[in-house]
Design a protein around this ligand. Structure first.
Ligand SMILES: CCCCCCCCCCCCCCCCCCCCC/C=C/C(=O)SCCNC(=O)CCNC(=O)[C@H](O)C(C)(C)COP(=O)(O)OP(=O)(O)OC[C@H]1O[C@@H](n2cnc3c(N)ncnc32)[C@H](O)[C@@H]1OP(=O)(O)O
Ligand SMILES: Cc1cc2nc3c(=O)[nH]c(=O)nc-3n(C[C@H](O)[C@H](O)[C@H](O)COP(=O)(O)OP(=O)(O)OC[C@H]3O[C@@H](n4cnc5c(N)ncnc54)[C@H](O)[C@@H]3O)c2cc1C
Length: 673
């Protein structure tokens, strides 16, 4: 997609003239190579240039219902084109995934408040791909791929989202009719939240408690038809609808769903993992948690989403900060660009570094997921808990950081940041939604902490540990002595590791002490705050460790000028991290006041260096103007023209006197009260 062709603001041009590395080289890294960048630009342009999308229409002014209808209309334009492009590209599955992955971000510009088909093209399809036997794949995949049926993933209920073992929807098998009967026995058993469920899809993966031969066999996935394929009317026994207005995701069409004696054929239970014989005999899977697999895949994908939201928000905040002038630093000088205020740099530069490090982590986790899945396909499930713990931990840490950073970016744009046209509100709403969906973040941290405590026990007993938690051995080896701080990047990593291990030890000790008077479960609950802190610190250890490893590799493969920028970014991430976690570090590391002052000074030096590179890095994220969709963050930096133009489009400005004046205001003013 070409940059905006209008004249670039002179302050922004002056900044770009000073960039001392090759921006394109950075972009090539961010998207995985020059070929991928070309592909991304092509796909973006292919979709966004379509006039039928009518992207001129600002949907934020529409009613709830109109927003949904417009989102469906636009999505259909997109998906028709997707299939056309897929055919042109050769029609392989890889081509499809390639388009989908690029489309994910383009979709944000097309449906800023969410995509009413996202669950079909993600959780629904992925569950069928990964949890079915061969016959089921043959039956369902072509229909899903061709969109002859549309589906969602219906797990959460009114009463339970986190504790999925206690979901209440039942699926009772009758071997005589070879059917399941689905029921929602209570109000709290109603499915509640599934995206696209309300009025869009006609099928769902339904997670329900399986009853057979008089016993409950835990939650299992079923594919269930919900609406008639011709009329789209709910089928008999199905009570379905939209859950109403939300904080965000307005056009995702999250829904509710109740069942009353709904019959589902035998072949519709997904049977790759658990199996039910036709006579009703249940055969347990190798690991009961295999049914949670789709959630793991999506959590892995959520890290790159977090990186991209931060990249987008920092692009807006930085470009704006380079053209906005306010408050002279020296009283007799002209007002500087607001970025010259060091506090502004402190708000934005660490965010840019996070986007880069999260992208490194997303690449790492994607590879790890692939390799553990391949092991799983050969029957080796040994590393499933490690992947589960890591994906929970990073999903929580990255989306928490994401929401925090996006909000700081909004604040860094002052009053204008509060305008919808600034483009930060939808990013924030999507960030904060991600803190809850696919596992509430506290709960995710507690899952990761379980793994940490297990590993700590293992380390104490001289057992073996997975690579990512080997630092627990160092802590135990120090035998109560504190880690000595040294001010290098690896020194910072060791300090954060010591803090994470130390907090794990505090949580472990808390549990051990409380166990004397309580059950292990109660003792674990009482240690909850320590456990979440330990898991959070562990997440930062992983990010820094992977950041160091990946960025060292990158530096070896890019030009020296870009290498220096990456080095600067890594140090920014590390120093910002240790200063933010200094309380935890002080508890477990021998670090002096002078060391801390040195770190603070180092941060200032890092800011100074990054001051000239920052614009190159955010330009290198390569968000085109339609994707940025921001009056403050467009490539040309013409923020004031953009702001007034956007304001003029307000529906209230389409007439110079609003009817409420004659209806209410004038009579009120003339009434003399
Ligand atoms: C048409 C063609 C398409 C082609 C497709 C191509 C697609 C390619 C592109 C893909 C693009 C992707 C795009 C992504 C965008 C997606 C946008 C999505 C929009 C939003 C959708 C939102 C959806 C949802 O929210 S779905 C609902 C999610 N719900 C949750 O997350 C619930 C959270 N709760 C849990 O996960 C569990 O209940 C848990 C883990 C908290 C506890 O479970 P439990 O059974 O009660 O477990 P417990 O007894 O406590 O034991 C813990 C024990 O179990 C181990 N464990 C748990 N889970 C796992 C696991 N998954 N794997 C391995 N082990 C696991 C855990 O380790 C503990 O072990 P021990 O400590 O040893 O006991
Ligand atoms: C935008 C959005 C989209 C969604 N899309 C889907 C979808 O497509 N399909 C689907 O099935 N679901 C979907 N969900 C549901 C989502 O997965 C759940 O809301 C989420 O897993 C949290 O569960 P909950 O709502 O039951 O929260 P609760 O578990 O009730 O959480 C409430 C509070 O209790 C705390 N808490 C709960 N359990 C524990 C514990 N064990 N230890 C400590 N604290 C605890 C939590 O930390 C939280 O503070 C969506 C949700 C949202 C917001």
């Amino acid at each position: 997609m070409s940059k905006n062709l209008s004249i670039v603001n002179k302050d922004l041009k002056e900044e770009r003239d000073k960039i001392n590395f090759n921006v394109e080289e950075f972009t090539n890294w961010f998207y995985g190579g020059a070929e991928k960048v070309k592909e991304k630009k092509y796909i973006e342009n292919y979709f966004l240039s379509d006039k039928d999308l009518n992207l001129e229409l600002d949907t934020s002014y529409l009613s709830y219902k109109d927003k949904y209808e417009e989102a469906v209309r636009r999505s259909i334009v997109v998906y028709k084109k997707l299939y056309k492009l897929h055919n042109e590209m050769g029609g392989t599955h890889e081509d499809f995934v390639k388009i989908m992955e690029n489309l994910r971000f383009t979709m944000g510009a097309i449906n800023p408040e969410g995509n009413p088909f996202v669950l079909h093209f993600s959780m629904f399809a992925l569950t069928i791909m990964n949890m079915t036997n061969d016959e089921q794949k043959a039956e369902w995949l072509p229909r899903i791929f061709n969109c002859n049926i549309l589906g969602t993933y219906a797990q959460t209920e009114l009463g339970h989202g986190t504790y999925i073992q206690r979901l209440e929807t039942t699926a009772t098998y009758d071997p005589k009719t070879k059917e399941f009967t689905l029921n929602s026995p209570t109000l709290t058993s109603y499915k509640w939240w599934p995206g696209n469920l309300g009025h869009t899809v006609d099928h769902a993966i339904v997670m329900a408690q399986l009853y057979s031969q008089g016993k409950c066999h835990g939650i299992q996935p079923f594919i269930v038809q919900l609406r008639d394929s011709e009329t789209h009317k709910p089928l008999p026994g199905i009570d379905i609808g939209d859950i109403g207005n939300k904080v965000g995701f307005q056009t995702v069409n999250n829904g509710f769903l109740g069942f009353k004696n709904v019959k589902v054929p035998y072949k519709n239970m997904l049977m790759k993992n658990s199996k039910l014989l036709e006579d009703g005999t249940f055969i347990k899977p190798k690991n009961a948690k295999l049914n949670y697999g789709t959630m793991v895949i999506i959590r892995v994908h959520m890290i790159i989403d977090a990186a991209c939201r931060i990249a987008k928000a920092t692009t807006i905040a930085l470009r704006y900060s380079l053209v906005r002038r306010q408050s002279p630093i020296n009283p007799n000088e002209i007002e500087p660009k607001i970025i010259e205020h060091i506090t502004q740099q402190n708000k934005i530069f660490p965010g840019i570094a996070k986007a880069v490090v999260f992208k490194c982590m997303a690449d790492y986790l994607t590879k790890l997921h692939l390799s553990i899945t391949q092991e799983g396909n050969t029957g080796n499930l040994a590393r499933m808990p490690e992947l589960h713990a890591l994906s929970c931990c990073l999903k929580a840490v990255c989306t928490n950081e994401d929401a925090k950073t996006v909000e700081v970016c909004r604040l860094s744009c002052g009053g204008h940041g509060f305008l919808r046209s600034a483009g930060l509100d939808d990013v924030y709403r999507n960030s904060t939604a991600a803190q809850t969906y696919e596992g509430e973040n506290t709960v995710m941290l507690l899952q990761a902490a379980r793994f940490l405590i297990k590993s700590f026990n293992e380390a104490r007993n001289g057992g073996s540990l997975t690579e990512g938690v080997k630092y627990l051995f160092d802590f135990i080896g120090r035998n109560g002595k504190r880690e000595i701080f040294d001010n290098s990047i690896n020194g910072i990593l060791r300090a954060i590791q010591a803090a994470a291990a130390g907090r794990t030890y505090i949580a472990w000790k808390h549990i051990e002490d409380d166990k004397r008077h309580n059950s292990i479960e109660v003792a674990t609950n009482l240690a909850g705050v320590h456990l979440t802190k330990a898991a959070e610190l562990h997440g930062y250890v992983c990010l820094l460790q992977v950041g160091i490893e990946e960025i060292e590799k990158i530096i070896r493969n890019v030009s020296p000028a870009l290498g220096l920028v990456f080095k600067n970014i890594l140090e920014l991430f590390a120093v910002d991290l240790i200063l933010n976690k200094i309380g935890d570090v002080i508890q477990h590391v021998d670090i002096s006041n002078e060391d801390i002052e040195k770190l603070e000074k180092q941060m200032e030096t890092l800011f100074k260096f990054f001051r000239t590179s920052a614009i190159g890095v955010v330009d290198g994220f390569d968000f085109s103007d339609p994707i940025i969709d921001s009056t403050l963050g467009s490539y040309d930096g013409n923020v004031y023209e953009n702001l007034i133009n956007a304001a003029r489009k307000s529906p209230l400005n389409q007439e110079d006197v609003n009817r409420t004046f004659h209806l209410y205001i004038k009579p009120f003013m003339k009434s003399n009260l």
